[in-house]
Design a protein around this ligand. Structure first.
Ligand code: MN
Ligand code: MN
Length: 467
């Protein structure tokens, strides 16, 4: 009997135990915390990525070796030319920039019961109750009628006010408590508290004539807030109709635990993969295959829309690369020969809900980035599945660089599953496999990732790009 024949996954913390590695890891996770704290919308993510790439010499001209192509402020393609012919395809990592959140409705402002509220429409898969009674920030892009763009970020600085959805008090919540979680929290009640103060002259008037005040009471707070918004940002209520205002958890990402071994923060699905893929591209070698990253929007709502993975933007970028770098090579050959990673997060074994996982095939926090050979659910429906040859090849590139890794399925066969952008990439014929870190509390306002996994994912993507 030879126990060494067995496959035994090991914690990445064991591999990363040296002082030097711990320091390198801390430098990466410190940068990651800054990124996560400031980039809370798809627009902010793209702006960050574009600035980093341009600072590293990436430009608009595809005939140069390093090209960056932002698309409508929400998606971005970047590529670095290698010394292998483009015919042999790209080494491509794709991740998504969007995260679950609350969007303002087009006519959001409503004043009732002495409070001005903003009505919302949730975006992506949220557990609604997690968004009640917690500090929230507004991140918006407002296009005024005179054409000026107003970038609104309120709730992130210590001196800023924050916003909030007031949850029902338990004393009056008996009926609510008898409902299922699904029914107990209504989307139409997810209104953000925006203001409360009556203008002083109205207070005086109210003393004189209580009845008249009741008649006029509607919209007094709203008008005062509109006055404030006009003074501060030169916007009027009608400008909110076309605006994109996203409601996100307020405050910075933080280390979690006495040992600071976990990063907690909003939007780690999938900005953890955007960040590590960007860092990997910047750290990757200049020789070998040409390397690329693709950051898409709209993954959380099905990848539809021009900036989502089901659209043609990536194909047009590859066509432009072929024209610039290898005019006799059809773009279809480049796409067919491209080797890709669908970089997205998966669910870590939850200490309190271990029975929801099939433990032998569950991802573990701190065991390195996790391969998902296929996505989809209940019998692999809707799945893209990597073939054995490609899986083995990508895994070998990680082994060669001593990068920790693991493999898992998302939940039990009958009850788990999920989708990523892999199937859209596969539709061009490229080889693709899912590889990304496991999170606890995925899709919550405060997701948790292991520092060892963040570092290992960066190392894994770098090894893949350099292969
Ligand atoms: Mn995701
Ligand atoms: Mn997601």
């Amino acid at each position: 009997m030879d126990a060494s024949l067995q496959y035994k996954p090991e914690s990445a913390w064991k591999l990363y135990s040296t002082e030097q590695t711990q320091q390198d890891m801390r430098a990466v996770t410190d940068r990651y915390i800054d990124f996560l704290s400031t980039c809370k919308t798809e627009r902010e993510v793209i702006k960050y990525v574009e600035e980093k790439l341009r600072a590293a010499g990436y430009g608009d001209d595809a005939s140069q070796g390093m090209v960056v192509r932002p698309f409508r402020n929400k998606a971005l393609f970047a590529a670095k030319r290698g010394d292998q012919p483009l015919e042999s395809g790209l080494s491509l990592i794709a991740a998504h920039t969007d995260s679950p959140r609350l969007d303002f409705k087009q006519k959001p402002l409503i004043e009732q019961a002495d409070v001005l509220q903003g009505q919302t429409h949730y975006y992506g898969g949220i557990k609604k109750y997690q968004w009640f009674s917690r500090p929230l920030a507004l991140h918006g892009e407002i296009i005024c009628q005179n054409g000026t763009h107003v970038k609104l970020v309120v709730g992130e600085q210590a001196t800023d006010p924050v916003f909030c959805i007031a949850d029902l008090l338990p004393h009056s919540g008996h009926q609510q408590l008898e409902k299922t979680v699904q029914d107990a929290f209504e989307a139409e009640k997810m209104k953000i508290v925006l203001g409360h103060k009556l203008p002083p002259e109205i207070n005086d008037k109210a003393k004189e004539d209580n009845d008249a005040n009741k008649k006029e009471a509607s919209d007094l707070i709203k008008n005062a807030i509109l006055d404030y918004l006009h003074t501060q940002f030169a916007i009027v209520e009608e400008d909110l109709i076309t605006a994109e205002i996203e409601v996100v958890p307020a405050g910075a990402a933080r280390y979690v635990g006495f040992d600071r071994a976990i990063v907690g923060g909003y939007g780690q699905d999938d900005r953890i993969c955007v960040f590590t893929a960007l860092e990997a591209l910047l750290a990757s070698a200049n020789d070998g295959r040409s390397k690329a990253v693709m950051f898409w929007d709209k993954e959380e709502i099905g990848s539809q829309g021009a900036t989502g993975a089901s659209a043609r933007f990536l194909q047009y970028c590859v066509e432009d690369l072929a024209r610039a770098w290898a005019p006799t090579t059809p773009a279809s050959h480049v796409l067919l020969n491209t080797q890709a990673i669908s970089a997205d997060v998966t669910a870590a074994l939850d200490p309190d809900y271990q029975d929801l996982h099939e433990k032998q095939n569950a991802a573990r926090l701190g065991f390195g980035p996790c391969f998902s050979k296929f996505t989809g659910s209940k019998g692999k429906f809707g799945a893209s599945e990597a073939d054995a040859e490609y899986f083995a090849q990508v895994l070998q590139s990680l082994r060669r660089q001593q990068v920790p890794w693991q493999v898992a399925e998302l939940g039990k066969v009958d009850t788990g599953g999920g989708g990523t952008v892999a199937l859209f990439m596969a539709s061009w014929g490229m080889r693709v496999i899912d590889l990304g870190p496991a999170l606890l509390a995925m899709h919550s306002p405060f997701e948790l990732a292991s520092c060892a996994d963040i570092y290992a994912t960066y190392k894994a993507y770098t090894a893949f790009l350099n292969n």
